[in-house]
Design a protein around this ligand. Structure first.
Ligand code: URA
Length: 206
């Protein structure tokens, strides 16, 4: 299986959808390539397109604050997006663009194999669970699939527009961190006994 560096190189040369014509650069991800938590946003905005890193604008600053508030730092997470190139004018990515980028997202998840994937907002949720999946209905759930736990929650930009959404997101991240600690403890024990660590609370969804 390709490692993250190879996947990044492939993505940087990607011309599979028209976003390659308008991007400044491919925005692959930031954080720890060996992290157990992967966060998936929507797509790079103007600041991200310029800097080449995801979530560096206002929404990113809020995301970093949320992560810090629950005790997570860059070493605990890897942050990427549903599409790796900026949609012009920061519009929502088109279904065909999301589909074209699926190969990169799945390669990242396949290479990292994180037990926890946080879906930030409707676009990331739909990219993984299909166009009918709704963020308002599904946020707060933990969905087990392919040995991973997916946690849909509101996008930080939605919190900037509507601060009443901060409380549910805070609740979601506290649960994510609690599950993360369970996984870390199980993996520390597995290291000691040679067994592997399961996703916590298997089968439970809320
Ligand atoms: N919003 C996103 O979804 N991703 C970014 O990288 C920045 C803002």
């Amino acid at each position: 299986m390709a490692d993250l560096a190879e996947i990044r190189t492939r993505a940087q040369g990607c011309t599979a959808c028209p976003l390659n014509e308008t991007r400044t650069q491919v925005v692959f991800g930031r954080g720890n390539p060996a992290a157990s938590i992967v966060l998936v946003g929507e797509g790079p905005g103007r600041d991200e397109d310029r800097e080449g890193l995801p979530f560096v604008g206002a929404a990113g600053q809020l995301l970093d604050k949320i992560l810090a508030a629950v005790g997570l730092g860059e070493q605990d997470v890897f942050i990427t997006n549903t599409v790796l190139c900026r949609p012009p004018g920061n519009r929502v990515p088109l279904p065909a663009e999301m589909e074209a980028c699926r190969v990169h997202r799945e390669a990242i998840l396949g290479a990292m194999d994180p037990p926890i994937v946080v879906l930030l907002g409707a676009t990331a949720l739909k990219a993984v669970f299909g166009p009918k999946a709704g963020i308002t209905a599904m946020r707060g759930e933990r969905i087990e699939r392919d040995g991973r736990a997916y946690y849909p929650t509101f996008h930080p930009a939605a919190l900037l527009r509507d601060p009443s959404r901060k409380r549910p997101v805070w609740h979601d991240f506290r649960r994510i961190v609690a599950d993360y600690h369970v996984i870390q403890a199980a993996s520390a024990q597995g290291d000691a006994t040679g067994s592997s660590s399961p996703v916590p609370g298997g089968g439970e969804s809320r």
